[in-house]
Ligand binder design. Structure first.
Ligand SMILES: Nc1nc2c(c(=O)[nH]1)N[C@H]1C(S)=C(S)[C@@H](COP(=O)(O)O)O[C@H]1N2
Ligand SMILES: [Mo]
Length: 452
């Protein structure tokens, strides 16, 4: 088995396995032998309990050598804290400042036509906090006045209509959790491992609860011609006038014309005040700052589907209109750029998703795909939504290669990178849903690698 490592060319500050503040504390305590010992012993205890069948019990163990400092009141427990509504709109703790959307250096020439990646390595569960949702703009973002925003529906309908935001928000709404993944997610790794962390390998991926009116309701309201309608054009009101053709069966299924994200109005970067939510379809179809929908009988062959977002096949032909994001998963921790602090228990955790429905199973391998164990899927398990998986693991200090492999309810199995390249070649850009490999060295360092 030959292994290609990431060159680490784009290495940012290391994305640590545990929050920075805690890590700093551990290194600050480096000379404090009793504290260091406590950490060691609790990790060792955790791995011992793991062998006995219960991995979690170890967290209740008191510090074996005693840590008397905890019995002294700390400064903040002897005085008043900040008043309520001190920050009328709350922000994360100052100790979490390292958890950020980040740009990949050198990826694009202009920041208005660029990408910022979600820090998947630092998130729990399945929901992406709104401020950490990845961003992909073709011509920058605007903060549009909702009172002036309009949505037009025209084309193969009996009555073309223009809706104000107030009119849309009076209609019966739905709220659903879905992932959004840019078709170019993991693109940098097509030719070989290129970027160091999961933020860059998989961070064009987010998952939120979206609220809005079902698109089918609006199309019915305008009297869609169901005989002739085959495609829908969605147009954004940014400088890119981004337009994309959506197959009508997808549009009439679970698509939402959305104003809400994670319980509040969309963030401006993500399309405020209105965006199209097309579950399971690649990100470019989720048109932001949505201003127009046109019903047609053929695809519209816009820029974003005739010169961009094409799959270059090994025979040199371009494949068009591949919209569905196929079954995929990734271990988010331990992941590239992190370091295992010591031998003992680790919760191997990650995310799985499929544009075709629910996740049925996730397998995890620690030996580069020779042996697989079925991971625990945590609830909720929803269609076209991220699913969190976990697997108990006791690290014995030897080198390993960690992988996850997702299977969806339609029976699709996430492919190996070699299998994907055999069909799609090495020069593709979009729709890389290959199994990700993270190499753990004997020193505990985790690196992006590919197996051939
Ligand atoms: N109007 C408009 N809509 C757009 C884009 C854009 O640049 N303009 N980018 C698209 C692309 S390529 C992706 S991946 C998603 C990204 O959505 P996000 O920025 O909310 O993550 O929006 C899509 N919708
Ligand atoms: Mo995208």
């Amino acid at each position: 088995m030959s292994v290609r490592r990431s060159v680490g060319r784009l290495l940012p500050a290391p994305e640590n396995f545990i929050p920075d503040a805690v890590l700093e504390e551990i290194s600050a305590q480096g000379l404090d032998a009793s504290r260091r010992d406590f950490l060691r012993k609790s990790f060792a205890a955790a791995s011992a309990t793991l062998a006995a069948g219960s991995a979690l019990a170890a967290t209740d163990h008191p510090a074996p050598d005693g840590d008397m400092a905890i019995l002294q009141p700390s400064a903040h427990s002897t005085r008043l804290g900040h008043p309520v509504a001190f920050t009328p709109y709350g922000s994360p703790s100052k100790h979490e400042a390292n958890l950020q959307r980040r740009e990949s250096p050198g990826l694009t020439r202009k920041r208005e036509s660029s990408i910022s990646f979600t820090p998947l390595q630092g998130l729990f569960g399945i929901i992406t906090p709104s401020g950490l949702h990845f961003e992909r703009h073709h011509a920058g973002w605007h903060d549009i006045d909702p009172r002036e925003h309009r949505l037009m529906i025209n084309g193969l309908v009996s009555t073309a209509k223009v809706y104000t935001m107030a009119e849309l928000m009076r209609l019966p709404s739905v709220s659903r959790m879905h992932f959004i993944e840019c078709g170019a997610n993991s693109a940098m790794d097509w030719g070989g491992p290129a970027v160091p962390t999961v933020q860059y390998t998989h961070g064009m991926l987010s998952c939120c609860e979206f609220t809005g009116v079902p698109l089918s309701l609006l199309l019915e309201d305008c009297g869609i011609d169901k005989q002739k309608a085959k495609w829908l054009l969605a147009e954004g009101s940014d400088g890119a006038s981004l337009t994309r053709s959506i197959p009508i069966d997808r549009a009439l299924d679970d698509a939402i014309v959305a104003w809400g994200m994670n319980g509040e109005m969309l963030r401006p970067e993500n399309g405020y005040p209105l965006r199209l939510v097309v579950p399971g379809l690649q990100g470019v179809c989720w048109v932001k700052w949505l201003r127009r929908l046109e019903v047609g009988d053929a695809p519209f062959a816009t820029r974003e589907e005739s010169t961009q977002y094409l799959d270059l096949m090994p025979d040199g032909l371009q494949r068009q209109y591949t919209v569905i994001q196929e079954c995929k998963s990734v271990i988010t921790s331990p992941s590239g750029g992190q370091r295992l602090l010591d031998k003992g228990f680790y919760n191997v955790t990650g995310l799985a998703w499929s544009g075709r429905g629910k996740i049925a199973r996730v397998d995890v391998s620690v030996d580069g795909g020779r042996n697989w164990k079925t991971a625990r899927l945590e609830s909720p398990i929803l269609p076209k939504c991220l699913t969190r998986f976990n697997l108990d693991w006791a690290w014995d200090g030897k080198p390993y290669i960690l992988q996850s492999r997702a299977i969806d309810e339609a029976g699709h199995v996430q492919p190996k990178i070699a299998e994907l390249r055999a069909v799609r070649g090495k020069r593709s850009v979009y729709h890389n849903n290959a199994i990700q490999s993270w190499q753990v060295s004997a020193a505990g360092e985790v690196m992006n690698v590919q197996l051939s």
